[in-house]
Design a protein around this ligand. Structure first.
Ligand code: SAM
Length: 196
């Protein structure tokens, strides 16, 4: 099967099975960023079925991705997809809760795309693994437009709490003097934080 056809097939699978994957716009930005900044070593928090990891490897043949997923069915689907894409030597899949993973490697880019409420914890846990001048990119900073909505007007308690956590993460990044962060209205909202 051709590469593009396989990527489309993964996208269709994700839609049919309600697996959240990156939007086309967000992914396009991420891939351009990787290309422009000659990113080679990537850590991804939140593999799902391996869609974004496989797409990131498609930018250039010397890119390696380490990616973490805690949901077993999704992890197993990602294993199959990575095999089918023949990327077993460049995509390292870890089946574990990211908040329990200890890594010694250093990465050029860390892509956070997992449980939104845990973003600060992911950031703090893997900060030591990001090289100087490297970048954290975090997805879902708009949380489907909910971040702009007045919190009192959100009926669901769960959603209200999640919005609150996303706002806390925005403040955390804005106040973090060790990083230059830009917030972009691309896809579901991206934060691009460059380590000084
Ligand atoms: C939005 S999906 C990832 C989509 C993927 N990056 C893509 O675009 O193809 C988020 C994934 O993160 C996983 N996840 C959430 N919290 C996690 C954690 N603490 N550790 C590992 N995986 C986590 C979820 O199970 C889910 O599959």
């Amino acid at each position: 099967m051709k590469k593009n056809q396989f990527i489309l097939q993964m996208k269709e699978y994700a839609e049919e099975n309600h697996v959240p994957i990156m939007t086309d716009d967000g992914l396009h930005y991420l891939l351009q960023y990787i290309k422009k900044h000659h990113v080679k070593k990537i850590l991804e928090i939140g593999t799902a079925i391996g869609y974004s990891a496989i797409c990131m490897c498609g930018v250039s043949d010397d890119i390696e991705v380490t990616t973490i997923e805690r949901d077993e069915p999704r992890y197993l689907e990602a294993v199959l997809n990575v095999e089918q894409a023949e990327l077993e030597d460049r995509i390292h899949l870890i089946f574990q809760d990211a908040l329990e993973v200890e890594l010694d490697d250093t990465f050029d880019l860390i892509f956070i795309d997992a449980a939104k409420a845990q973003n600060i914890k992911f950031f703090e846990r893997f900060e030591k693994n990001l090289r100087q001048g490297g970048t954290f990119i975090t997805d879902n900073m708009d949380f489907h437009g909910m971040v702009q909505v007045d919190e009192d007007k959100i009926e669901s308690r769960n959603v209200r709490q999640l919005v609150h956590k996303v706002k806390n993460y925005i403040a955390f990044l804005q106040e973090n003097k060790n990083y230059d962060t830009q917030f972009l209205s691309i896809g579901d909202g991206l934060a691009v934080s460059v380590k000084k």
